[in-house]
Structure formats: C-alpha cells, structure tokens
Design a binder for this molecule. Structure first.
Ligand SMILES: *Cc1c(COP(=O)(O)O)cnc(C)c1O
Length: 320
C-alpha cells in the first residue's frame, strides 16, 4: 500500500542529494577533522563548508555556527551555557509555556540549580503577549528563550519584536528554530537573534546532527567536557557525514524556498478548508495565517486523537 506521510513536524526523510553528499564521509573520506594530515584536513574542509552553508541562510559569520548532536543538544547548550556563564549578572530566564521539552525540561533542571524561570502565557492563537514579556523582565534577567515556531500548532512568534526588546534591555535572546528552519526566512541580524537552535532531520537532513548559532562575543559555559572541538564549545569528534548532510539540506531548503513553501501553504489552506467544509464541529488550532506553511492542527469535537490516528492507518480493510 502506498503510504502518505503527514508528520513532517516529527521528522523528514533524507533527500537523495543530501545522502549523496554524505556517503563519501562514511567511507573514503573517513578522516578525523582534528588530524593534521590530508585525510583529516578534508574532513575539516567539509565541516567548514557546511558552516558556510548555514551562515549564508542565517546571515551570520561561519565562525558563529557550532555543530551539535541534535536540536535538543543545541537547546541545552544555549540555555545552560548562557545561564551558568552569566550567573554573576543574574539568575532569571524568560521562556514560554509552549516550548518543546528540550527547552521546558532544561528550564526545569536550571530551576533546581537556583535559576528562576518565567513561563509566558500564550493567547488562543498561540502568540505570546509582548507586554507580558516586557513586564516580566527584571534586572536579574539574563536570557529570553522563545521558540520561532511551535511544533504542534505552527504559530510563528513575533521574533523581530522580541529581538528588539531583548537588545534594548541588554538581555540575550535565544530562539528554538528547529521547526522554522526550511519553512521560514531567518535573518539573525535583522531579527536581533543572539542564539538559534536547529536540527537537520526536520529539514530533509539526517538525524543526529544539529547546529547552534551563537553571536560573536557570547561566551557559553561548556556542558560536555572533553576535547576542544567546535572552538571548545562542544567536545566530541565531529559527525562529519551528518554535518555535511545538514549543510547540504539547509542549502537546498533555501534554494527552492519560495516555490516549495508557496505550494505547501496553498496545500495547507486547501486541506484546512476541505476539512472545515466536510466535517462538522472542527476547530483549527493556532493562527490561520501566521503559521508554518506545512502545519495544520485540527481538533475534532468529542473524538479522541488516538482513535483518529488509528483509523487513518487504514483504507477500507487495508491497514499499515
Ligand atoms: C524536534 C524539535 C526539537 C528537538 O530536536 P531533536 O533533533 O529531535 O533533538 C526541539 N525543538 C523543537 C521545536 C522541535 O520541533
């Protein structure tokens, strides 16, 4: 049976072209990027090339891009790294109630270490309230971490406005952009973003590799001890093939950005309108317009989500 996959917020398949770029780094180009002979230099060059591919999309310098093991690790490094490095300035962090667990549970663990976290509310469409953000800031606030776009309801936050507030108050601004990379235009300069997390497997790259953008001049406390890879911000021999895949995947995502996302947006709106037209008592969650191009989140009154998922596995009496 032909399977139609509708869960790209959970993960995506690796694109052919991405896989092709990666393959040599599992076999012939197996050098350790820290080795100073040619096999190692090749790996280092491949990593530097990926750093450039990421920096071109974000509008930052390649040296501001650090590779990690996943989106969750990028989030941990950003939050714990900034928090522990800036304890002398303050212990207050602002985030939202609708972050991914990579942020929420990191905040919980920071609370156990003595940090104070404010979890902002969101309105019925999933937006934070800018005034609530402003009034939450204290002279102890060191970091604001607000996701670029939500992984369930797809709502895109007013990132530029948040960036302006953070800058005005001299507070670092981190955004978990794991859902946004590939589906939103991102410009860290224009948007005032100081740190940004991404994960390759959400934009047709491989699983097990992520990146963190860290604005020049921001120091992070290391969260994993070991060698001095990634300018001593992230220890561990680099996942060269994965990093090459991340670089190629992000390049491709923005090469075809308008065409791909316009099509996705029109398919999304068609899908939502058809469901609303044909099924009684449905509710679209999130904002109708300011949402990820590929995101539709709908509640069906009186129906448990698990039974919908189980039924959607079948067509007639054929099930997968
Ligand atoms: C998927 C996701 C993560 C976690 O990324 P992993 O690479 O799976 O660790 C973090 N934040 C958001 C918003 C996500 O969608």
């Amino acid at each position: 049976m032909f399977v139609r996959y509708f869960d790209h917020a959970a993960t995506t398949a690796v694109k052919e072209e991405v896989l092709k770029e990666m393959l040599p780094y599992f076999s012939i180009n197996y050098g350790n990027a820290s080795s100073i002979y040619s096999l190692g230099r090749q790996s280092k060059r491949a990593i530097d090339n990926a750093r450039m591919q990421v920096s071109e999309v974000l509008n930052c310098h390649p040296r501001e891009v650090y590779f990690t093991g996943c989106g969750s690790e990028s989030d941990n490094l950003a939050l714990k790294g900034v928090a522990f490095e800036n304890l002398h300035k303050g212990n207050h962090i602002i985030t939202t109630k609708i972050e991914h667990h990579a942020i929420l549970n990191t905040c919980k663990s920071l609370e156990k270490e003595g940090f104070v976290v404010t979890y902002l509310n969101v309105d019925e469409n999933g937006f934070i309230n800018i005034n609530e953000l402003k009034s939450s800031i204290t002279d102890k606030t060191i970091l604001i971490s607000i996701m670029f776009a939500n992984n369930e309801i797809g709502t895109i936050q007013p990132i530029k406005e948040i960036g302006e507030i953070a800058k005005l108050k001299n507070i670092y601004f981190h955004t978990d952009a794991v859902q946004a990379v590939g589906n939103s235009r991102i410009n860290v300069q224009e948007m005032g973003i100081d740190l940004l997390s991404m994960s390759a497997h959400k934009f047709y790259g491989p699983k097990g590799v992520g990146a963190l953008y860290v604005r020049d001049g921001i120091d992070l406390k290391k969260i994993q001890d070991g060698g001095h890879q990634e300018k001593d911000k992230r220890s561990g021999t680099e996942n060269v093939a994965g990093i090459v895949g991340l670089g190629k995947a992000i390049e491709l995502a923005y090469k075809n950005f308008d065409k791909y996302n316009e099509k996705l947006t029109s398919l999304r709106d068609y899908y939502i309108s058809q469901v609303e037209e044909r099924i009684p008592e449905v509710k679209l969650n999130g904002d109708r317009k300011t949402r990820l191009p590929g995101n539709a989140n709908i509640s069906f009154k009186g129906i448990d989500r698990r039974s919908v998922i189980i039924k959607l596995r079948c067509k007639g009496n054929m099930c997968i």
